[in-house]
Design a protein around this ligand. Structure first.
Ligand SMILES: Nc1ncnc2c1ncn2[C@@H]1O[C@H](COP(=O)(O)OP(=O)(O)OP(=O)(O)O)[C@@H](O)[C@H]1O
Length: 211
């Protein structure tokens, strides 16, 4: 189970500070919402946590079962779903899942057939991902996240492109596959993070915490 400690973390692009002076201890199974207005830095914060962008200042410590994980190993323990993350569109669904799970272990041994059923994509098994609707792609992105055996899930606008049924499905996914994992949700839609017990709000370069 993964723990994250940030001490005095900060991010700046050129001369613009996005956030500063952040201390955070995310414990295993914590569910944390990141909120803030458009352009406040929610996605940037998730990218820093994922190691896609580096923090400008501060210390980051990741540990698994009390054992420290080096920065270049962190990616093995996390999954991210975000609007800016591309799917390999030339694959069919079955090819993509086969490829992905060559590298990641399935969560609790779940089989590809079961994943496809849970994502309600049975009719698209041999369809190229480039021909998926935006909602189908979003279910696939979230499925790849939740069905990979990683301790940290980073979800950026998780229900974008999902209809009402899809949004309810997302809640069920969190409930069925997210209980024993640390989850961060970057969002401005309360429906996406109602299960979160901690809130970080980014405004004016400051991050405010509340429960
Ligand atoms: N690579 C970059 N270089 C320079 N500035 C950047 C870069 N990435 C993001 N920014 C800036 O950082 C700020 C925060 O952007 P970010 O996408 O994190 O906001 P957000 O809160 O996720 O917004 P939204 O709710 O609109 O998705 C914005 O002013 C953005 O222009």
């Amino acid at each position: 189970m993964l723990e994250i400690r940030l001490t005095n973390a900060a991010k700046r692009f050129q001369y613009d500070w996005i956030f500063r002076h952040l201390d955070l201890h995310a414990k295993p199974t914590d569910k944390i919402a990141i909120t803030g207005s458009n352009g406040s830095g929610k996605s940037t914060f998730l990218k820093c946590l994922a190691g896609i962008n580096p923090f400008t200042e501060g210390e980051t410590e990741y540990s698994l079962e009390q054992r420290s994980i080096s920065d270049n190993e962190v990616y093995r323990h996390l999954s991210i779903s975000a609007p800016y993350m591309e799917l390999p569109e030339e694959f069919t669904l079955l090819e993509l899942l086969g490829f992905h799970f060559n590298f990641k272990t399935p969560y609790q041994g779940i089989q590809l057939k079961e994943m496809i059923k849970v994502m309600y994509l049975e009719d698209a098994i041999n369809k190229q991902v480039s021909h998926f609707s935006s909602g189908m792609k979003q279910r696939l992105k979230l499925g790849l996240c939740f069905f990979s055996n990683t301790s940290l899930l980073l979800l950026d606008e998780p229900t974008s492109n999902l209809d009402r049924r899809g949004s309810e499905w997302y809640q069920e996914l969190v409930h069925a596959y997210g209980q024993d994992r640390t989850i961060f949700v970057a969002s401005n839609d309360p429906g996406e993070y109602e299960f979160c017990t901690e809130h970080l709000s980014i405004e004016d370069h400051k991050i405010k915490k509340s429960r």
